[in-house]
Design a protein around this ligand. Structure first.
Ligand code: PLP
Length: 441
């Protein structure tokens, strides 16, 4: 008799997110257990996780300290609203986060996902401008190829065509900066590419068109992840910061993937030496063990909203699960794990080896670019003529069959392993990708 645990579940009812459902269900990939660097399939195969889940399990899977913290909290107090009521761990977690963010960004608003953290930041930007008597500053500026989640705010400022084109007019009053991807000049750059800082000047053009008095905020990912690992050109973020300062426009860094050690520091803002006015975060915030997002806000914005509030509630915004006790418990345990194991520093120390291993793939079949920053890499493939994304998807499937999980976006393989990865596992990841690419058309 078949072992019920190993039987494939009925796949029909679950409409899977960002998945080619028909293709997947014809040939599903199922995992049922995870530990450290690995997933395990129902038939016991071990899969090396080259993507930290989805850029989120930075300390590796099922870390006992985090698991125990969640279990303890679930038994002690499963839930308490954060509307007009407090519980200690939410305050403690916010305080701990404020110590990690760049100086001055020390007020923290909790949400449940990256998408919600982004919508929170955009709403705070608008409320701040209105509160300080600059109510005409309503325009929001995103960037082509940006990804800021799937809420209407995040999609509006985001710049991935398929995520936008099916969903109507979105938010009005949004403009986009050009993306910085430049294969002609920057292919196979190691770390920050040389060319493209001047793309930030497009913000001046937008200001010339609308006037700064109508612009609230600019939001960018310091390193764009979901659109295929687009590393900022040298000097680009500094230039964006300077133009925002010149015109009194807020700058928001979406650090949902770059936070918590991914780039070898707590945040990319620290690593790159550019301090925004707000930072959105999620994913590594709890090591992904409980969903959570957060928006770190500068004292300037926070205090202004407190000062200018025209009602007892200073910000009419919040979620049933803002500051959820289980998420706070998981987050505190995640921060302890990161600190005790020195994982942010570990990522920094490992990144030269990572860079070397990834760039060695430049002569692998189909590869037209390799780019990297911290423990992130993008390996761009020549698309199959007339059938974009297919080659990369085939590479993903072939790697999975060979015991390695990678992620793809368009024709780009995007890698972001847990920060506990060992050198031998980096070698395995690279070799498996090389072999997979050699086998596929
Ligand atoms: N912002 C960025 C930069 C992201 O990479 C993501 C997710 O990958 C999000 C926002 C959305 O996060 P979530 O999927 O938790 O809503």
């Amino acid at each position: 008799m078949a072992d019920a645990r190993n039987a494939t579940p009925d796949l029909d009812a679950y409409w899977m997110p960002f998945t080619p459902n028909r293709r997947f269900k014809a040939d599903p990939r199922i995992v049922e257990r995870a530990e450290g660097m690995y997933y395990f399939t129902p038939d016991g195969r071990r899969i090396l996780d080259g993507t930290a889940g989805l850029w989120c399990v930075n300390a590796g899977h099922c870390r006992p300290r985090i698991v125990e913290a969640i279990a303890r909290q679930a038994a002690e107090m499963d839930y308490a609203t954060s509307f007009n009521l407090g519980h200690p761990k939410a305050f403690e977690f916010a305080t701990r986060l404020a110590a990690l963010t760049p100086p001055g960004l020390d007020r923290v608003f909790f949400a449940n996902s990256g998408s919600e953290a982004v919508d929170t930041a955009l709403k705070i930007a608008l409320a701040y401008q209105r509160g300080r008597g600059q109510g005409s500053r309503t325009r929001l500026i995103g960037r082509e190829r940006g990804y800021h989640g799937v809420g209407f705010g995040g999609v509006s400022v985001g710049g991935m065509v398929r995520n936008r084109m099916y969903f109507g007019s979105l938010l009005t009053g949004v403009d986009h900066l050009p993306h910085t991807h430049d294969l002609n000049r920057n292919a196979f750059s190691r770390g920050l590419p040389e060319h493209g800082a001047d793309q930030a000047d497009a913000l001046e053009a937008i200001v010339s068109l609308h006037d700064a008095s109508n612009i609230a905020a600019v939001i960018v990912e310091p390193v764009a992840g979901s659109a295929g690992v687009l590393v900022p050109p040298k000097g680009y973020l500094q230039r964006l910061r300077a133009i925002c300062d010149k015109h009194d426009i807020l700058l928001i860094f979406d650090e949902v993937i770059t936070g918590f050690g991914r780039v070898g520091a707590a945040f990319a803002a620290e690593r790159l030496g550019v301090v925004p006015d707000m930072i959105t975060m999620a994913k590594g915030l709890t090591n992904a063990a409980v969903p959570m997002g957060a928006t770190a806000v500068s004292r300037k914005i926070h205090d202004s909203l407190m000062e200018h509030a025209d009602a007892p509630i200073e910000l009419f915004h919040g979620y049933t699960y803002s500051g959820h006790p289980l998420a706070c418990a998981a987050g505190l345990a995640a921060l302890d794990t990161y600190a005790e194991e020195g994982l942010f520093e570990r990522a920094a120390a490992l990144s030269p080896y990572w860079e070397q291993a990834m760039h060695a793939l430049r002569d692998a079949r189909h590869v037209i670019d390799v780019r990297n920053f911290g423990l992130i890499a993008g390996i761009e493939l020549e698309p199959r003529p007339g059938r974009p994304t297919e080659r990369a998807l085939k590479a993903l499937e072939t790697c999975f069959d060979r015991g390695v999980m990678v992620r793809t976006t368009g024709d780009i393989i995007a890698l972001s392993p847990p920060l506990i990865i060992e050198e031998a596992q980096i070698d395995q990841l690279a070799q498996t990708i090389r072999d997979a690419l050699a086998r596929i058309d």
